[in-house]
Ligand binder design. Structure first.
Ligand SMILES: *[C@@H]1O[C@H](CO)[C@@H](O)[C@H](O)[C@H]1NC(C)=O
Ligand SMILES: *[C@@H]1O[C@H](CO)[C@@H](O)[C@H](O)[C@H]1NC(C)=O
Ligand SMILES: *[C@@H]1O[C@H](CO)[C@@H](O)[C@H](O)[C@H]1NC(C)=O
Ligand SMILES: *[C@@H]1O[C@H](CO)[C@@H](O)[C@H](O)[C@H]1NC(C)=O
Ligand SMILES: *[C@@H]1O[C@H](CO)[C@@H](O)[C@H](O)[C@H]1NC(C)=O
Ligand SMILES: *[C@@H]1O[C@H](CO)[C@@H](O)[C@H](O)[C@H]1NC(C)=O
Length: 337
């Protein structure tokens, strides 16, 4: 007897009953959320504002909490089958407000737990590593977001956490499919891959690599797919075990090696650790597995008027995870039960 996936079943059912308009609906393939494994998925979310103390009376601060509410609510809704532990990195002073968001979004879900990791302590313990990162991936201009310590933490996760693997998420995401489907992508990593990320979906790095591109005509660096578009850290699968044991990766925690790397690509760097991973991926493509665009669909249309925007932004499949980067609008969910 032929076996149909849930998605095929829906399409067939819809066609059979002639409900053509329903074809625009996207329903996750539930088969992929099943399976014998009930291992806990470790998720790391950094939740803090540039203002240091989260204060919901300030507009931008309450926006961060609203984003967290959307993210956690969407995971609670789509990931019924999954055991998840959220590891929230935040300033100790912010914990009560964040905890109330956790309670109201996942509080009743017995399969989900959470814990906090003190940003005060991390900033103290890793002061020199953070300094080093800031020195190369931030212009020094306070107006740019990488002035904030939270934009320099991801490279340190293998040191901060003792887990084997984690999924690192930005706060401005909206899940349309189970996190189990995302976690399953770990199985696709090749031996040398230490992490998985989707490409950045705008010509941002084309401009950032401009001087390298002028010096190296015909290079794929900064070019649109199948070129190297640069990486987006909004959704990142990290194999911490491999990161800890990678000689190549760990050689980049010195001033000398970062200087050589950033000199070679001469990148105008403003975005903190996303720029670090992007330059590292240019030099060592084998370190990274490229996630499908559907796992990090970036909605920022900031560079919409760029003549090549569409080439970088292309992503035609059903979206698993939306990313409202740059405060962009995420389409409303059409699978509300
Ligand atoms: C997974 O299932 C096994 C047996 O089915 C159980 O002993 C174990 O506690 C479960 N793990 C979690 C994280 O619930
Ligand atoms: C929150 O912000 C308001 C307005 O800026 C300020 O008056 C208040 O003292 C702040 N509260 C805390 C706890 O920081
Ligand atoms: C989260 O998901 C669980 C399990 O599906 C559900 O019982 C609960 O009502 C949801 N919401 C909250 C706030 O936990
Ligand atoms: C980090 O940088 C700041 C200023 O840029 C400096 O004051 C501080 O001493 C540095 N700390 C370390 C450990 O390098
Ligand atoms: C920052 O970069 C400058 C120039 O490359 C270098 O002289 C300085 O030592 C660096 N500082 C740190 C903390 O790495
Ligand atoms: C790096 O780029 C700048 C412009 O952004 C340029 O002036 C400089 O000559 C470049 N340096 C190297 C070593 O290519």
């Amino acid at each position: 007897m032929p076996r149909f996936t849930f998605r095929q079943f829906v399409v067939i059912t819809v066609l059979t009953f002639g409900l053509f308009h329903q074809l625009t609906l996207f329903i996750c393939d539930k088969d992929t959320t099943k399976g014998p494994s009930n291992t806990t998925i470790e998720v790391v979310i950094t939740c803090a504002t540039n203002k240091r103390i989260l204060n919901i009376t300030k507009k931008s601060d309450s926006k961060t909490l609203e984003k967290l509410r959307t993210l956690l609510g969407s995971i609670n809704k789509t990931s019924e089958e999954s055991y998840i532990r959220f590891n929230l990195i935040s300033y100790e002073e912010e914990i009560p407000r964040i905890e109330s968001v956790l309670q109201s979004t996942i509080g009743l879900n017995k399969k989900i737990t959470y814990r906090f990791e003190s940003l005060n302590r991390i900033a103290e313990s890793y002061r020199s590593e953070i300094n080093l990162s800031k020195n190369y991936t931030w212009s020094g201009d306070q107006r740019f977001k990488a002035s904030d310590v939270t934009f320099h933490l991801r490279p340190l996760f293998p040191k901060i956490f003792s887990y084997e693997k984690v999924i690192a998420l930005d706060v401005d995401l909206d899940f349309r499919c189970s996190i189990k489907l995302l976690h399953k992508q770990f199985e696709n990593l090749y031996e040398n891959n230490i992490a998985a990320l989707a490409y950045n979906q705008s010509p941002y790095y084309r401009r950032a690599f401009r001087s390298y591109r002028i010096k190296n005509p015909g290079t794929h660096i900064g070019d649109f797919f199948p070129g190297y578009q640069g990486l987006n850290t909004g959704v990142m699968l990290m194999n911490l075990e491999k990161m800890r044991s990678s000689k190549v990766y760990n050689s980049y925690f010195t001033h000398a090696s970062l200087k050589t790397l950033f000199r070679k690509y001469n990148m105008t760097s403003l975005l903190g650790d996303q720029d670090f991973f992007t330059v590292l991926g240019a030099e060592h493509p084998d370190l990274f597995y490229i996630l499908d665009c559907t796992f990090n669909r970036q909605m920022d249309s900031f560079e919409f008027s760029h003549s090549l925007f569409d080439k970088y932004h292309k992503c035609d499949e059903d979206i698993n995870i939306y990313h409202g980067n740059g405060d962009s609008i995420i389409p409303s969910s059409n699978v509300d039960p």
